[in-house]
Design a binder for this molecule. Structure first.
Ligand code: 9YW
Length: 429
């Protein structure tokens, strides 16, 4: 048990509760983020949740990945949501997305943390036969997934992939997307949101955002999911620093897992080149004046000048040079002191900060986990530890919520949440 584990009270009870949450959210091989609000399999949730399963049930952990990969498209994309079974508690469902594959899904992806989760799972796994068997099955699919990102989302080979939807970022209503999203037309048809049946509207995105999220969903469908047409005409295109960082880290992790099993494949050379390309391109997103990596609106070519936590993921990716890393470490220190607990999703000094509205301020544990790993990689163990401790203090105070009010630590969004439980298991076991 780690030091942190001893510091928070009732550790054994927390661990038991976290395991129970994963079991309760298990729908027979895949884990829903939480019942009701999110009744399907989400991409980055599942990757992180598999890590939680790995801490106490290895076979179940690999099963989570198997089911996620079962939704992979022929072009390599792993969708953001897999609609394994029908449910009427979530909107928009498969009909709105309109993909008619055998396993229905959305038509965008999500931050590709999967290969990074798998690298940690490989390190943790005790059952070597199970490991070998699963890797043989998964690695070719993961390679295809990473090739898809670079081929379809960076057709001009810039080193910086583009994202087409705030849902793809996983940070839906982040203020970083406000300007880019404002340029997207709103749908004019009536629809019934289901999220507001579960959660108070003060903790969720607004109608003006949903109107545009839905426009984009229809845009993909009306363009028959054709990558070239979408790249040419999508009214929303951003360089998402969170996705770019997570993809970069995951590609390096994938290459390392492939090397560890001596996998030979020409595609690995392509991935090596993409890693180098991103390393040389990343400074386009660095603002020397603000000492910060920003997201960028690819259509207007403007940086999105709001400080959100996605930028600290450049530490997780080890994309920051030493000088940038010092600046980001200093900023993380002051960011941490400005929030009551852990790193909030938007910097509390921003005028767009809202402590309980989803990605506009609240604290998310899985992001803090990645920031903590990044700080550790840059050799700032004390700050990394502080982030873990303040994150675990949230669970201690409020339980396993989807996210937490950054001013009060109060639990927000869905309860008994899978990735929150998974991160706790990773830290506590
Ligand atoms: C949605 C499931 C997902 C997360 C996203 C988060 C939210 C809602 O919930 O998205 O309707 O897709 O923003 O990161 O994967 O937990």
């Amino acid at each position: 048990m780690s030091n942190i584990a001893q510091q928070i009270s009732g550790v054994a009870a927390h661990i038991e509760q976290a395991k129970l949450i994963l079991k309760k959210n298990d729908l027979g091989g895949y884990t829903v983020p939480t019942h009701g609000l999110y009744p399907f399999q989400w991409n980055w949730d599942s990757a992180i949740t598999a890590l939680g399963w790995m801490m106490f049930d290895e076979a179940r952990a690999w099963k989570e990945i198997e089911l996620l990969l079962s939704g992979q498209w022929d072009n390599g994309m792993i969708p953001h949501v897999l609609f394994h079974k029908d449910s009427d508690t979530y909107f928009p469902g498969p009909d709105v997305w309109g993909s008619h594959l055998k396993l229905k899904s959305t038509s965008i992806s999500q931050p590709p943390v999967l290969a990074s989760a798998i690298k940690i799972m490989v390190e943790q796994c005790q059952d070597k036969d199970l490991l070998k068997q699963n890797l043989a099955q998964f690695l070719p699919k993961l390679i295809e997934y990473h090739l898809w990102w670079y081929r379809e989302r960076d057709p001009e080979n810039t080193g910086l992939v583009v994202s087409y939807h705030p849902w793809e970022s996983g940070m839906d209503n982040s203020p970083a997307w406000d300007d880019a999203l404002a340029a997207v037309p709103a749908v004019t048809w009536e629809y019934q949101r289901r999220d507001l049946n579960h959660i108070d509207s003060s903790q969720r995105p607004k109608k003006k955002e949903y109107d545009r999220y839905l426009y984009l969903v229809e845009f993909f469908k009306n363009n028959q999911f054709d990558s070239e047409k979408i790249y040419a005409n999508c009214p929303y295109k951003v360089n998402d620093i969170g996705i770019i960082s997570i993809l970069h880290k995951a590609t390096k992790d994938l290459l390392s897992v492939c090397a560890s099993v001596n996998l030979q494949d020409d595609a690995l050379d392509i991935l090596e080149q993409k890693v180098k390309l991103t390393e040389s391109a990343i400074n386009q997103l660095w603002c020397e004046n603000d000492q910060f990596f920003y997201n960028r609106d690819v259509i207007t070519k403007q940086l999105c000048r709001v400080k959100t936590n996605g930028s600290l993921l450049t530490l997780f990716a080890e994309l920051a040079d030493q000088k940038q890393a010092i600046a980001l470490k200093d900023l993380s220190t002051s960011w941490l002191s400005a929030s009551a607990y852990a790193v909030s999703s938007t910097h509390p000094d921003s005028e767009l900060y809202e402590p309980q509205r989803y990605w506009r301020g609240p604290v998310w544990l899985h992001i803090n986990w990645m920031i903590a790993l990044g700080l550790e990689a840059y050799n700032y163990p004390q700050l990394s530890e502080k982030i873990k401790n303040s994150s675990l203090a949230l669970i201690n105070k409020s339980g396993y919520f989807e996210y937490f009010n950054a001013d009060t630590g109060e639990g927000c969004g869905g309860g008994d949440f899978s990735w929150t439980a998974a991160i706790a298991l990773y830290w506590l076991l």
